[in-house]
Design a protein around this ligand. Structure first.
Ligand code: LLP
Length: 429
């Protein structure tokens, strides 16, 4: 359920017609609905009832400060994976005591920033990272709260590129070594091991892999406790998949049931790191039709958004539903068209979808379920500037990231003196 619905034949974000935003800002742009973000957060946290887990929103899914702040005011914490995301979470008002820092390659500067901010825990992914963190903490005269991220060697049965819990994946400390790593951390004075963590992948649509991974983690926590070591918390990562079309997925309630059955009566504070399920269907990418081109084998609908704006179809073969902003006339038989962007690569495609047969240049389309891993994965390939992001609440909308101009980009490219050229004149557009 989301808040992008037709009102009198025109697609609206909550109460704001998409056409109105397009008129004000031009296209393409991302548009997010506060009501959907809030609803998703409440449904997800509600599924856990009295368990009352700490929900650390995975900032990587959509790191716009206004989006994080929308969640922070509902009590969400944050899962961050870089110094940049840490800064964003803090700027959005997430209390440091609700921030966890994951990721396989943290620099000393990032570790120091996390320790100085006083975050809840740092999820450590290798034995050598334990030593690095101990050194940084020692220098700062602090004790680092640490969770050991375990690689449970469980296949999440999702896309290869977003599978993270198999032995051949780079993430976490291998299952057979994790117990010793926790014990070792307990012996290092600058570290305080507080828990275990796991994350097996993203867009996971079955409960089996979750159950297997969580049960392994729970078993290890019990063992460590039997060894006399304190395991206060279990961080179960993110990964819950969402529907992009008619594909079957797990509901938050089914996911919560998998958590409960795998953990049994283990008495541990739970941390969860959902990203996609919170913001995925809360965003659309709005784009304008540039031309409709009849080819021999198919009809192409060329739009002004491209793979640099939304990479998921190109990178993972993801298929997002695409709908016209003005509903097709009643009775019109939809026509299959391949929606493509202007980038000079055949991979710059959003897929073949049914669209109104009378679609013409200037018409607007909305690429749905683009709130997660959309804007955050965009680039300036083909010298295409980053596009604006808009947040809607009720009848109001606000630009929460401005459009970057080509001139902004050029101004950041000083020319070396040996080229003998004058710096590029910024003419303004
Ligand atoms: N925690 C950790 C440690 C993660 O690595 C991730 C995602 C999450 C939580 C959040 O997972 P979620 O609930 O959103 O599935 N760009 C890809 C997805 C990459 C996910 C990376 N890690 C895509 O567009 O499908």
């Amino acid at each position: 359920m989301d808040h992008f619905l037709y009102r009198e034949g025109r697609l609206a974000a909550e109460e704001v017609p998409i056409e109105r935003i397009a008129e004000a800002l031009g296209t393409p742009f991302y548009c997010y609905a506060v009501a959907t973000i809030e609803r998703n957060f409440r449904v997800f946290s509600g599924a856990f009832g009295d368990t009352d887990p700490l929900i650390c929103y995975a900032v990587k899914a959509n790191s716009n400060i206004a989006v994080i702040a929308t969640l922070a005011r509902l009590g969400a914490g944050a899962d961050v994976v870089s110094g940049g995301e840490l800064k964003r979470a803090l700027a959005a008002g997430v209390p440091a005591s609700r921030i966890v820092f994951s990721g396989i390659g943290k620099t000393s500067d990032e570790m120091a920033a996390a320790l100085k901010a006083g975050i809840l825990q740092i999820n450590v992914e290798s034995e050598s990272e334990l030593d690095d963190l101990a050194a940084v903490a020692g220098e700062l005269g602090r004790t680092a709260p640490v969770a050991i991220r375990v690689n449970p060697d469980v296949d999440a049965r999702t896309h290869d590129k977003i599978t993270t819990g198999k032995a051949e994946n780079k993430f976490g400390i291998d299952w057979p070594r994790a117990r010793a790593a926790f014990a070792r951390a307990a012996e290092i004075p600058a570290l305080k091991p507080v828990g275990l963590a796991v994350h097996i992948g993203s867009q996971v649509t079955e409960s089996g892999p979750f159950r297997d991974a969580f049960a392994r983690l729970a078993g290890m926590a019990a063992q460590l406790r039997a060894d006399g070591l304190g395991v206060e918390s279990l961080d179960l990562g993110g990964g819950l998949g969402i529907p992009y079309g008619d594909d079957p997925v797990l509901s938050p309630a089914e996911y919560a049931a998998a958590v409960a059955s795998a953990l049994g009566d283990l008495d541990c504070r739970l941390i969860l790191e959902p990203g996609r399920v919170i913001v995925g269907n809360a965003g659309v990418l709005v784009t304008r039709v540039l031309s409709v081109k009849e080819g021999i084998s198919r009809t192409f609908c060329v739009v002004d958004a491209a793979m640099n704006d939304l990479l998921r179809p190109t990178l993972y073969g993801a298929r997002h539903a695409i709908v016209p902003v003005v509903e097709a006339a009643a009775g019109a038989v939809p026509k299959e068209m391949e929606v493509v962007g202007p980038v000079c690569e055949t991979g710059d495609t959003f897929g073949v979808v049914p669209l109104p047969p009378a679609l013409k240049p200037g018409d607007l389309l909305a690429i749905r379920t683009a709130g997660a891993y959309g804007a955050v994965q965009s680039s300036t390939y083909n010298a295409r500037p980053l596009i604006p992001e808009v947040l809607v609440q009720g009848a109001d909308f606000a630009v929460v990231r401005e459009r970057i101009t080509v001139d902004d980009m050029l101004a950041r490219e000083p020319l070396p003196p040996w080229l003998g050229l004058r710096a590029v004149e910024v003419t303004g557009t």
